[in-house]
Design a protein around this ligand. Structure first.
Ligand SMILES: [Fe+2]
Ligand SMILES: [Fe+2]
Length: 321
């Protein structure tokens, strides 16, 4: 990520895009107007001050802009808080002009994860299932989205490319469970279920101004969209075993484990249980990481985490009192 807010210091010269949370117009004691830009990136928040006048039309337009390019210098205000003294700004209203590296955190090891994914596909013995995985994961658009999308809006694996890391984690957990129970599990089905379980997320999310849920995502959800997409590819392959198809679809449909968690069916075969639990493990461990990263006051307990309805212990075990 380029110039994260968390690394700003007094005197730093700024030239980067931010998310613009809001903008306020204020009147100084001298009677002249000034403006406060409330800015944010994935690492923090900061206020920017602009002391020249802004044309009324420009100001109204800025209120509806989500991303703004800022030039200025970091200073300390009278409360010793870091702020930006803005010398130049420009609202960004075209998606293609957004510089994601300025705003969002990104997974570091995307290429490593793709290599791991290839190795996992190599472990699949079933020719039909291997073909299905190869077609899906060599599709350029699909690769681009796994590399570029988070696995969730705010709960877990939220960095760009988080969807790929989460998928690899689930597949590696599942494969390691297979090694404990090789006689009880279908390896090909298990690996394919893991790699495909969140395929629908490539249509559920998009990242431009922020991590957004698409209209299609809201209407259909990633579980159904994933199954629809797998079914499309199976149809194109033509002679794919209907029995394997239904088992694979079952794993995707049941991976949230419970009807009240948006799975239309609950797991009914061992592989489906394992993908569900592997998904849980990957998700929960990442929630700990996110809470630790958020915890800049070095507290032992996280804030209340709404998605799992509890505070988590994120301190060192030696600090227990
Ligand atoms: Fe999911
Ligand atoms: Fe998942």
């Amino acid at each position: 990520m380029i110039d994260p807010i968390s690394e700003f210091h007094e005197g730093k010269v700024i030239s980067k895009q931010f998310q613009l949370v809001s903008i306020d117009e204020r009147i100084a004691s001298t009677g002249s107007k000034y403006y406060i830009f409330h800015l944010k990136d994935d690492t923090g928040k900061i206020s920017g001050f602009y002391f020249q006048s802004i044309d009324k039309e420009v100001f109204e337009k800025l209120k509806n802009v989500n991303i703004v390019f800022i030039e200025g210098i970091v200073e300390k205000d009278k409360n010793s808080e870091l702020v930006i003294k803005i010398t130049h700004f420009k609202g960004i209203d075209k998606k293609e002009d957004i510089r994601k590296e300025d705003i969002f955190k990104r997974e570091d090891n995307i290429e490593v994860y793709w290599k791991e994914l290839e190795k996992l596909i190599d472990l699949v013995d079933d020719g039909e299932i291997k073909k299905l995985l190869t077609i899906i994961f060599s599709h350029e658009k699909i690769r681009e989205r796994y590399s570029e999308y988070p696995a969730a809006k705010s709960v877990h694996h939220i960095k760009l490319g988080g969807l790929l890391r989460h998928t690899i984690e689930v597949a590696k957990i599942a494969y390691n469970i297979y090694k404990v129970f090789p006689d009880k599990l279908d390896k090909s089905l298990l690996i394919a279920g893991a790699l495909l379980h969140d395929l629908g997320k490539i249509e559920e999310y998009e990242v431009y101004y922020d991590r957004e849920i698409t209209d299609r995502g809201r209407f259909l959800g990633h579980i159904i969209m994933g199954v629809m997409r797998v079914r499309d590819v199976i149809k194109k392959i033509g002679d794919f075993s209907p029995k394997k198809a239904v088992l694979l679809e079952h794993i995707i449909l049941s991976h949230h484990g419970r009807l009240e968690y948006n799975s239309p069916v609950v797991p009914l075969i061992p592989e489906a249980f394992i993908i569900h639990y592997a998904d849980e493990i990957s998700t929960k461990l990442d929630i700990f990481d996110i809470q630790k990263e958020k915890n800049n006051k070095e507290e032992n307990w996280s804030n209340y985490v709404r998605s799992i309805e509890r505070k988590l212990y994120i301190g060192d075990y030696n600090d227990l009192k």
